[in-house]
Design a protein around this ligand. Structure first.
Ligand SMILES: [Mg+2]
Length: 126
């Protein structure tokens, strides 16, 4: 199995860092797509089958929380595992995201943290 991943963050530098961490993680990566906000992310999901979505919270146009809500309303995207990577500090907001089934990683992050969180949320062995 290879993992097709969508990385959604308004910072191109952050998207590149996340992608680099994924490459370093040893996880079996398939296609990697990128989007700069939730709206663009949903457009990618309309066109490509993704196994995993990594999403920032604070973004212009459509933020990560709105994107996740929209994914949950669509039967085609409802069950895709979601990892939120953000500087978000509000506990209420994080608990809301966790109730929606998303895993959370704080920025700054280590490649190991990303790998372990993805393994956990996708039930991968090893
Ligand atoms: Mg951001």
């Amino acid at each position: 199995m290879s993992i097709n991943v969508l990385i959604v963050d308004d910072s191109g530098v952050m998207r590149a860092m996340i992608l680099k961490s994924l490459h370093m993680s040893g996880l079996p990566l398939g296609e990697a797509h990128q989007a700069a906000n939730g709206r663009e992310g949903l457009d990618v999901l309309n066109q490509h089958w993704m196994d995993l979505v990594i999403v920032d919270i604070n973004m212009p146009v459509m933020n990560g929380e709105e994107m996740i809500d929209s994914m949950k309303e669509n039967p085609e995207t409802r069950d895709i595992p979601i990892v939120v990577i953000s500087t978000e500090g509000s506990k209420t907001r994080l608990e809301k995201l966790q109730q929606k089934g998303a895993a959370f990683i704080h920025k700054p992050f280590t490649p190991e943290r990303i790998r372990d969180t993805i393994k956990d949320i996708m039930n991968l062995e090893g």
